[in-house]
Write a protein that binds this ligand. Structure first.
Ligand SMILES: Cc1cc2nc3c(=O)[nH]c(=O)nc-3n(C[C@H](O)[C@H](O)[C@H](O)COP(=O)(O)OP(=O)(O)OC[C@H]3O[C@@H](n4cnc5c(N)ncnc54)[C@H](O)[C@@H]3O)c2cc1C
Length: 406
């Protein structure tokens, strides 16, 4: 029975970010309590694409082999222009001497594996516990207030890690919540069967959804896929449609949409969710660190957030350990967490922002990007090569220009 005694750290949210933070804290000998409002296994709308950037964390947590056993691998990606031309690129990375593809695995399963890894490592854990407030005293976190099985509860702690996802009201309380419609995306996903000619991950950029929108097909089998829409709030508003209407419009009224999904069957329901991107707001306060979607860590071109949430969890654990050793939980000390997160991800955010501004921002840019990549395929050119050699963008200038956004 987990008691309500004072803890060194309380982690709010038992999803992938919270479970990574709590698991790594436990490994570092920290007294940590993880609180989750839902009950696992639980669903989470997602493309379900688990990419190699997160594999080292999955290996640490002992869940990598399970992901490989249950996930569906995809070794290639195709980027399509509206007229059917496409560029096919490798989706594998060499990690610790092995070729690693992306795996598509339902979040209902994946999140449960990650959550159980934390619980089995000995993390104290309560479900049906909704944290409603971070208790602050003179700018310093002192614990949390919440509702557990219908009862109001307060628990004290030296630090609080917010890993409560993209709708997090506690992140709003702390001023971490991203509101900018160019950096908040809407995602929608559904599972389709009976898809013909499915070999690779597919991305489509229909004219209407530009800028910054696409439709994905992530294979979950030979003829089945997780299909979804990814679009900024501002672009969605301009279409005058919902993301669900956009998907049906693409399937029913565009050449490519009809060709790919005209004869496919939707299994179950389409589900939508919010994706706050780019880490442009603060992610720390006195005794507080935000991890994953609660800290707006989704990258703002492809929409991936699993690696950021789980890697940030490891950084929060190390920062908590250092803070305990220094007996310093101040805002100034917590800045070390934000700096380490920047060091880990800012190159990704800068690269992704450059892609969305210069390579995929308009139908014309998209066509040029795909043409250049096809012309330079023999040289094994990467997207980075396109930005710096194809478009001749200056990496130093670009970083300066992008950093001024952050
Ligand atoms: C449609 C869509 C497609 C996506 N596709 C991909 C993809 O293919 N690949 C990829 O890498 N990323 C993808 N992402 C992003 C990815 O889903 C997120 O970045 C990731 O889930 C973030 O993990 P998290 O732990 O921060 O938050 P979450 O996974 O949302 O977990 C938060 C947890 O906190 C709990 N919680 C919330 N509030 C409270 C509270 N007050 N008290 C207690 N508990 C609370 C929730 O119940 C939940 O269990 C996609 C997102 C969307 C919406």
């Amino acid at each position: 029975m987990t008691d309500m005694k004072k803890r060194q750290v309380i982690v709010v949210g038992g999803g992938i970010g919270g479970s990574s933070a709590a698991f790594h804290m436990k490994q570092l000998g920290i007294d940590v309590l993880m609180l989750e409002k839902d009950q696992f296994p639980r669903d989470k709308p997602c493309g379900d694409g688990v990419i190699p950037a997160v594999f080292p964390v999955l290996r640490n947590m002992g869940v990598y082999d399970q992901v490989v056993a249950e996930g569906y691998p995809s070794g290639y990606i195709r980027l399509y222009a509206p007229d059917d031309t496409y560029f096919r690129m490798s989706n594998t990375t060499t990690l610790e001497g092995e070729e690693a593809p992306m795996y598509c695995i339902p979040r209902y399963r994946f999140d449960d594996m990650v959550n159980k890894a934390a619980v089995n490592a000995g993390v104290d854990y309560l479900e049906n516990f909704e944290v409603t407030e971070i208790l602050m005293e003179r700018g310093q976190a002192k614990g949390i207030r919440g509702i557990h099985n219908g009862k109001a509860v307060e628990i004290e702690s030296d630090m609080v890690v917010l890993a409560s996802g993209s709708h997090s009201m506690v992140a709003r309380q702390m001023g971490f919540y991203e509101e900018n419609p160019d950096y908040v995306f809407y995602g929608l996903r559904g599972y389709f069967n009976d898809i013909e000619g499915l070999e690779d991950v597919e991305f489509y950029y229909p004219d209407k959804f530009l800028p910054t929108g696409y439709i994905w097909l992530f294979p979950t089998g030979k003829t089945s896929a997780n299909v979804g829409v990814f679009i900024t709030e501002s672009a969605l508003k301009k279409t005058g449609m919902t993301s669900e209407e956009l998907l049906w419009e693409w399937i029913g009224n565009t050449h490519m949409g009809h060709k790919r999904l005209g004869h496919a069957k939707l299994i179950g329901k389409l589900k939508g969710w919010r994706l706050p991107s780019g880490k442009r707001k603060p992610i720390y306060a006195g005794g507080v660190m935000a991890v994953g979607d609660a800290g707006n860590m989704i990258e703002q071109y492809g929409g991936g957030g699993i690696p950021q949430a789980m890697v940030a969890g490891t950084i929060a654990a190390q920062t908590a350990k250092n803070a305990i050793q220094a007996n310093d939980f101040s805002k100034a000390f917590m800045k070390n967490y934000s700096d380490a997160v920047d060091q880990a991800f800012s190159a990704t955010y800068i690269g992704m922002e450059a892609l969305r501004q210069y390579a995929f921002g308009t139908p014309e840019q998209l066509k040029n990007t795909i043409n250049w990549m096809n012309e330079h395929e023999a040289e094994d050119a990467s997207m980075q090569d396109y930005l710096f050699k194809g478009l001749k963008l200056d990496p130093t200038k670009l970083a300066g220009q992008m950093m001024s956004h952050f």
